[in-house]
Write a protein that binds this ligand. Structure first.
Ligand SMILES: *[C@@H]1O[C@H](CO)[C@@H](O)[C@H](O)[C@H]1NC(C)=O
Ligand SMILES: *[C@@H]1O[C@H](CO)[C@@H](O)[C@H](O)[C@H]1NC(C)=O
Length: 352
């Protein structure tokens, strides 16, 4: 009965692209002795538990059980998991978060206290068995998002552009680059910038403290520029008058400016579209094999620019079988070109 274990740790051990050095079970003799001692030490507690619970609790040995490739950790096997995995992402969760509204017991309280878990689910990453300083996971809560986040954390960090040439080369080689120009790479602002880079795994980040680079891109020290290979090519972010870099403001800026002015609807982009803070969406339906209709797309850019930040522009190509989307808007393939505006908050649709 899983509900009995109130705070237990699920391990997204899957993430181990690199040195998933999970030892093929430790030498049997050693494992046995460990088990024996822990059995002894839990005997008393399980006896007590049986009095209060109908179903006897499973013994907690140093063995690590898995549920769909996720290791299930508790007080007795936690140390083993730490020692056997170079990178370990641990989700601390309360089962009631998934299935119940309230419960008043916390079984693995020791671990909850040790890692100061105050909300659920909380994800922490343990690196190289270091139990003292786990990192808080702050990326996208999907398997892919977690892998990318870990890769970035484990990587060499934000690259430093130390010449105009290296800057040009860097900026040229990615679709979206966010570059921080700082006079001191150890300043509070530079640190906030580098910290933020961990969370944006879709874009590349770099910093520079070289005046030659500032000149080339026509920026002053302590500014941030998002370079992109579409639309206007770049967007400049200004720090506050006091020269402070606000993490929230920069996050919103990067999100808003990483999106194309008119976003092609696709499975890949659906997440960006639906999670946008802009709730009024304008959808243009075109048949991409008709020239006059693709021309319409170019014409819409002027309007999209005007409404930037207020309305999200999306283009749907009716030749790319998206029947369910078309049905939702009551549009047939033959209607193209046509447009709809929808308020995502109320679900109200408008035809034009
Ligand atoms: C963040 O953005 C808000 C709203 O645009 C603005 O009022 C505030 O001054 C900004 N903060 C900083 C530190 O830039
Ligand atoms: C798109 O336009 C072409 C050319 O007019 C037409 O043959 C095709 O059937 C259209 N596709 C759809 C899905 O309407």
């Amino acid at each position: 009965m899983r509900t009995h274990t109130l705070l237990f740790l699920t391990l997204l051990g899957l993430l181990l692209w690199a040195s998933c050095s999970r030892a093929d079970d430790t030498e049997p003799s050693q494992a046995e002795t460990q088990e024996d001692t822990s059995k002894e030490s839990t005997e008393e507690t399980s006896a007590e538990e049986e009095e209060t619970k109908e179903t006897p609790e499973k013994e907690k040995t140093t063995e690590i059980e898995e549920d769909k490739d996720v290791m299930i950790l508790h007080i007795n096997n936690f140390a083993r998991a730490l020692s056997e995995n170079q990178y370990l992402l641990v989700e601390f969760y309360a089962p009631w978060w998934i299935r119940l509204a309230k419960v008043d017991v916390i079984e693995e309280k020791e671990l909850g206290d040790e890692f100061d878990i105050k909300s659920f689910p909380t994800l922490k990453v343990f690196i190289n068995g270091d139990r003292k300083q786990p990192l808080d996971f702050s990326g996208k809560r999907t398997a892919e998002g977690m892998v990318q986040w870990l890769k970035r954390r484990a990587g060499p960090g934000v690259p430093v552009l130390d010449s105009a040439d290296s800057a040009a080369q860097f900026i040229d080689s990615h679709n979206i680059n966010v570059v921080g120009f700082f006079d001191n790479l150890e300043s509070e602002e530079a640190k906030v910038f580098k910290e933020l880079a961990f969370d944006f795994t879709d874009s590349e980040f770099a910093v520079s403290a070289i005046p030659e680079v500032f000149q080339k891109y026509e920026v002053k020290a302590n500014s941030v520029v998002l370079f992109k290979k579409f639309d206007d090519g770049r967007a400049d972010f200004s720090l506050s008058e006091e020269g402070k870099l606000d993490k929230k403001n920069l996050t919103a800026f990067i999100k808003e400016n990483s999106m194309e002015l008119i976003i092609p609807f696709s499975q890949e982009n659906a997440d960006k579209i639906f999670s946008s803070s802009i709730k009024i969406h304008s959808l243009l339906f075109i048949n991409s094999s008709v020239k006059s209709q693709t021309a319409l797309l170019d014409e819409s850019r002027t309007i999209a620019k005007e409404f930037k930040g207020k309305m999200l522009f999306v283009v749907l190509d009716v030749t790319e079988a998206m029947t369910h989307v078309l049905n939702y808007f009551g549009v047939s393939e033959k209607d193209a070109p046509t447009a709809r505006i929808i308020n995502m908050e109320t679900g109200k649709k408008f035809k034009h």
